[in-house]
Design a binder for this molecule. Structure first.
Ligand code: SRM
Ligand code: SF4
Length: 576
């Protein structure tokens, strides 16, 4: 095997801290694109160059360059957005983008379809809202996610603070972003210094998330660094730490795989940044910079060994990881409808189809949320299931919000099936350059068919975690779906089954490369069995494992339900 560094390492090294020739590329009027090298650097600024795949072939036939346009992703730690920001983001979508606002599986916004000559103005308008897009993508720590728990508003505030602190701590120091997008002055010719990342940043993307039990709405075990908040009597005690979660895989390459994070110990709040920095810098120093498909933290840990990695974290941070604390997750979905927080304020959870808020001839969802933003005195919180919480509402304002929710058709959560309420679909076609199959556009086609089958078996309102992805990269975290469709080609998917309802067990491959007819037939048979043979309240994924349809899961967490004072409590939880 060659030891030559991945070409991207050279691009990063020579980029002068993420500048490259992006400015020249933006100024070139002869093409809607920028250079290939600059597209790699642009990701660190929160933007991807894409082209409209629906018209790619037609443009090729007409000998035109692809219809290039840019996707921009915001960095909004914990997914919290003020009404003023919402209105500005909505304006940006209407002025510059082509597909409305898109809530992502990491609780932030994406705008699609921005053409090159409007990219800078869009970035500037985003920055005017006191938000940024820096490091929303690229080989760097990205959007830090945080549970959105409407019942525990005080506790949410406690952990949200740490999501913000971690996000701030890992922001790159380069002034390139200011210079390119905000016309910031070049302050000095002295070389810049990235104290955490160094000149070549990380070998690959890095993701941090904080879960607030009993909800695992962020899928904490899919994060490179996951933190499970332990709160006792209203006081944040600290976090159980998990490392090495990740979803991405490649069809037909068993050396790539989804992996659940491994629990390595507990840290009090004041030590969490030092421990996080140790994890990030270990990955910086030991991550694979030769093969990008093996560059995520999960592979670093599996090649070096979990115990070794945990020891290195302690050595680097000077902190001894403590024994894990007990915790319990109920599910990895969202809560819908109105809930009153501990402080008496109200929170309304709304289901949004694949996170897309876009006015069409049939619905005015984007305008609906805009109208709510105009009168909201609280804030919005986006969830990692692509949904929206209207948070911190006074009791007297509930009726007005309810009327708007009803008038604009945002009240689907009241009647939707169990499977729809727990479904996620990644973006895929037409914008995603890596999509092999439809996902966001396929969900509305598939869901009614599944619902009619479930209804026939008396299961319409049973919650089932459904994840659809247009390729094995796993942006909808499909390996944590009780049912998952992973795209292989147009109209064909791998059918994976058997994750649990809490995001603590990976699913397994059930049937490969299936068309819709095959998928529906297979599921119909299994739904029938589940309806007649399930133990009371047994979830679909658990049923398939117990009853032997699926082999034992490849990776499952050992439940941490131990006596807090016991001396034998494990620090590192080993799993097969
Ligand atoms: Fe993702 C790449 C969309 C969450 C794993 N992801 C992409 C790109 C940028 C395609 C590309 O590289 O050209 C997609 C852009 C599509 C488009 O047109 O907008 C894309 N990913 C998304 C979003 C928008 C999906 C969604 O429907 O919401 C999510 C944006 C998150 C955010 O706001 O930051 C999104 N991506 C995820 C997640 C879920 C998560 O983080 O919780 C994962 C799995 C977790 C993980 O990282 O392991 C994920 N995306 C990937 C991968 C595979 C990484 C790997 O380790 O192999 C790629 C491909 C890559 O990096 O090479 C990818
Ligand atoms: Fe694109 Fe694949 Fe991610 Fe879906 S899972 S958005 S198809 S990269």
């Amino acid at each position: 095997m060659s030891n030559t560094l991945s070409p991207l390492e050279d691009i990063k090294l020579k980029s002068r801290h993420l500048r490259g020739t992006i400015e020249d590329g933006l100024a070139n009027p002869l093409t809607g694109a920028i250079s290939d090298d600059d597209t790699k650097l642009l990701k660190f600024h929160g933007s991807y160059m894409q082209d409209d795949r629906d018209i790619r072939d037609e443009r090729r036939r007409q000998k035109l360059e692809p219809a290039y346009a840019f996707m921009i992703r915001a960095r909004l730690p914990g997914g919290v957005v003020t009404p003023q920001q919402w209105l500005a983001f909505d304006d940006i979508a209407r002025t510059y983008a082509s597909r409305g606002l898109r809530i992502t599986t990491r609780q932030t916004f994406q705008w699609h379809g921005i053409i090159k000559r409007r990219l800078k103005a869009t970035m500037q308008d985003i920055n005017k809202t006191m938000a940024t897009t820096i490091a929303a993508c690229g080989d760097i720590n990205r959007q830090v996610v945080c549970s959105v728990n409407p019942l525990l508003s005080n506790q949410h505030a406690l952990v949200q603070k740490w999501a913000q602190a971690l996000s701030d701590h890992f922001i790159p120091r380069t002034r390139a972003y200011h210079e390119i997008w905000l016309d910031g002055e070049k302050i000095t010719d002295e070389p810049e210094h990235e104290p955490i990342y160094g000149d070549t940043y990380l070998p690959r993307k890095f993701k941090i998330g904080i879960a607030l039990p009993p909800f695992n709405d962020i899928d904490v075990f899919a994060q490179d660094l996951g933190l499970i908040a332990i709160i006792e009597k209203g006081v944040l005690q600290g976090f159980n730490v998990t490392i090495g979660g990740g979803m991405g895989a490649t069809h037909g390459d068993p050396s790539t795989y989804p992996r659940l994070g491994s629990l390595i110990g507990f840290v009090p709040p004041e030590q969490v940044i030092a421990v996080a920095e140790a994890v990030v810098t270990l990955q910086r120093d030991y991550g694979n910079r030769v093969e990008r498909q093996h560059a995520r933290l999960k592979y670093t840990i599996d090649s070096k060994g979990l115990d070794w990695f945990a020891e290195q974290i302690e050595a680097r941070s000077g902190i001894t990881l403590q024994a894990l604390r007990p915790y319990h997750f109920e599910h990895n979905g969202d809560r819908y409808g109105w809930h009153q927080g501990e402080d008496g304020q109200w929170h309304l959870g709304l289901y949004i189809d694949a996170g897309r808020l876009w006015d069409t001839e049939e619905s005015q969802l984007q305008t609906g949320v805009r109208e709510i933003a105009k009168i909201l005195k609280g804030e919005f919180r986006m969830t990692c299931n692509q949904n929206l919480v209207i948070a911190n509402v006074h009791a007297q304002d509930r009726n007005t919000i309810d009327s708007l929710v009803h008038d604009y058709g945002l009240d689907g959560y009241k009647s939707y099936s169990g499977i729809r309420r727990f479904s996620i679909a990644c973006v895929a076609l037409p914008t995603c350059g890596l999509a092999m199959a439809e996902s966001e556009r396929y969900a509305p086609v598939l869901l009614p068919k599944l619902e009619s089958m479930l209804d026939r078996h008396g299961l319409l309102h049973e919650p089932i975690v459904l994840r659809i992805s247009g390729c094995p990269n796993g942006c909808s975290r499909p390996y944590l779906g009780e049912i998952a469709l992973v795209g292989r080609a147009i109209g064909r998917y791998d059918l994976r089954l058997g994750a649990d309802f809490t995001g603590e067990r990976l699913n397994t491959l059930y049937r490969e490369n299936m068309d819709e007819v095959g998928i529906l037939e297979a599921l119909d048979t299994l739904f029938e069995k589940w309806a007649s043979e399930r133990e009371s309240d047994e979830k679909f994924g658990d049923f398939l494992i117990r009853q032997g349809t699926l082999a034992a899961p490849s990776q499952q967490l050992i439940p941490i339900v131990l006596d807090r004072n016991a001396t034998h409590m494990p620090r590192v939880v080993a799993r097969s």
